[in-house]
Design a protein around this ligand. Structure first.
Ligand code: 0DY
Ligand code: CA
Ligand code: ZN
Ligand code: ZN
Length: 498
């Protein structure tokens, strides 16, 4: 029977739901010599430890080839999990499958009827869940912690038909607490960094509970790990969601929260939770005010870009909070959050980006501001106003930037005009020219431009113009996303995700 499982497992499988029904090895549990547990009980216990304590049964192949050292390792693992479970329930941690241990595993604990299996996961049957914030080793004042926890629940209740109520003393469905290191549930924390928190899937007892690593530098604003973001992620698990492969989702397995970004559930998170619990009555008003952001799809024929630049040997395509990195040695162009490379400083929804190889910097433009970064760090004095580059005050933003390495100048595109900026003298070379004069065949205004493999590539809407600057004409036009090389596989993943 599938019950609940510790999230540890899902990280190993990176976003995939659990592989169930692996064959079980019965003779490996430490059993008592006389009147030991039956084979069925041993199977049951392994399954129980698998679901509740993250114990990973071996696959058939591994079993057959296992040498003795490996075998011993594996047995110790199982024994550890059993001891973890015994400690949690106040039983002597013998690592043996005693009658008492089995009785606890089989105890029809209150609230078991509150959970049901739903497809490959578990969900709560009731629509109002209670939670309790237990213990005392809070990273900040209790009232601050309570406020953050409440806000994190609200993210989910504003989209799914669920309500969350705080309990002060009485038992609650979901117990939230902070722990250091080994806290006797078979999944010890690891000090600063690494594992930040874990949660148990819906279920009775420990099911639905959320534990935070008390050794982290929890933050309530911008530095360190943001408790609000991590709580939102863990509550997703406590409600039954596994990890998601969508880098825009709060259920993405790695912490990728950009402090400048106002945390929202992504389209993917919203779809997944609504699939389990239905739509909240308040959802339609949220839809009109703040629709959950979709992660752009490189196979979307309507895809357009905010900016495109070369960076060392790569070409980077920027869109919203994301970018795709095209590397000559990798055949797949992967999407990531901009903040996973430049954590603090680079804003989403950029206007233009270019790399200046001679100075070893990358320059980002958004509105009237621009940022210069060297080796992932912002140069002193940035952001600065684009008027510092020599733009007149009527220019409020830059559409695209095109850098010429050998000639050491950069062309900026603004509406129908383009400006030539001398990188050595750090000044504009004369007044702007019309784009149609300098680049005949290119329709202004443009979205992005990049110099790459001997051609200039312009992007406007969903069209990519490949331009030969010597003969001054468009060599070819194609869909804007053609350099991202959408493969059939990507498409399949996307249709399945929709
Ligand atoms: N807990 O839900 C996790 O996913 C654990 C790992 C698991 C094996 C128990 C965890 O703490 N993962 C880290 C994490 O931050 C991984 C990391 O990047 N250090 N997960 C939570 C999180 C928070 C906020 C993920 C996102 C946003 N996307
Ligand atoms: Ca940790
Ligand atoms: Zn724990
Ligand atoms: Zn997680």
């Amino acid at each position: 029977m599938k019950m609940l499982w510790l999230i540890c497992l899902t990280l190993l499988l990176l976003g995939q739901t659990l592989v169930m029904g692996l064959p079980l090895q019965t003779q490996d549990l430490h059993i008592q010599t006389h009147a030991g547990p039956s084979e069925a009980d041993q199977d049951f216990a392994e399954e129980y430890l698998h679901h509740f304590y993250g114990y990973q049964p071996r696959s058939g192949r591994q079993k057959r080839t296992a040498d003795t050292a490996e075998d011993a390792d594996w047995k110790t693992g199982l024994c550890d999990k059993l001891q973890g479970m015994q400690r949690f329930f106040g039983l002597p941690p013998s690592g043996e499958l005693t009658k008492e241990t089995l009785a606890v595993m089989k105890r029809p604990r209150c609230g078991l009827s509150d959970v049901e299996q739903f497809g490959n996961t578990f969900r709560w049957k009731k629509t109002t869940l209670s939670y309790r914030i237990a213990g005392s080793n809070f990273p900040n004042s209790a009232s601050k912690v309570h406020k953050v926890i409440r806000a994190a629940w609200k993210l989910w209740s504003s989209v799914a038909a669920m309500k969350f109520r705080k309990r002060r003393r009485k038992e609650a469905d979901i117990v939230i607490s902070f722990h250091n290191g080994d806290h006797k549930d078979g999944a010890p924390f690891d000090g600063k960094g690494g594992i930040l928190a874990h949660a148990f899937m819906p279920g009775s007892g420990i099911g639905g509970d959320v534990h935070f690593d008390a050794d982290e530098d929890w933050s309530f604003n911008t530095t360190g790990f943001n408790l609000f973001a991590v709580a939102a992620h863990e509550f997703g698990h406590a409600l039954g969601l596994p990890h998601s492969s969508d880098p825009g989702a709060i259920m993405y397995p790695v912490y990728n929260f950009a402090p400048t970004y106002e945390l929202q559930l992504s389209f993917r998170d919203v779809k997944d939770i609504q699939h389990l619990y239905g739509i909240s009555p308040s959802f339609s008003s949220l839809l009109s005010k703040k629709p959950p952001p979709r992660t752009p799809d490189k196979c979307d024929p309507e895809l357009s870009f905010d900016a495109v630049t070369e960076l060392q040997q790569e070409v980077l395509f920027f869109k919203d909070r994301f970018m795709w990195r095209r590397h000559p040695q990798f055949d797949e162009t992967q999407i990531t959050l901009i903040s996973s490379l430049w954590p603090e400083t680079v804003p989403p929804f950029l206007d233009a980006v270019y790399e200046n190889v001679e100075r070893n910097v990358i320059v980002f433009f958004k509105g009237e501001q621009y940022w210069m970064l060297r080796q992932l760090k912002v140069e002193e004095g940035f952001p600065r106003n684009i008027s510092d580059l020599g733009f007149p005050s009527r220019i409020k933003s830059v559409d695209a930037a095109l850098h010429f390495r050998a000639a050491r100048y950069t062309v900026f595109f603004t509406g129908h005009e383009c400006w030539k900026y001398n990188e050595q003298q750090k000044m504009m070379e004369g007044p702007p020219t019309l784009i149609e004069q300098l680049w005949p065949g290119i329709p202004a205004p443009i979205d992005a431009a990049v110099f790459f493999e001997g051609f200039v590539h312009f992007f406007k809407g969903n069209i990519h113009y490949k331009y030969d600057s010597n003969s001054k004409h468009v060599v070819s036009t194609s869909p804007a996303n053609d350099l991202l090389e959408c493969k059939k596989d990507d498409n399949e993943i996307l249709t399945e995700r929709r």
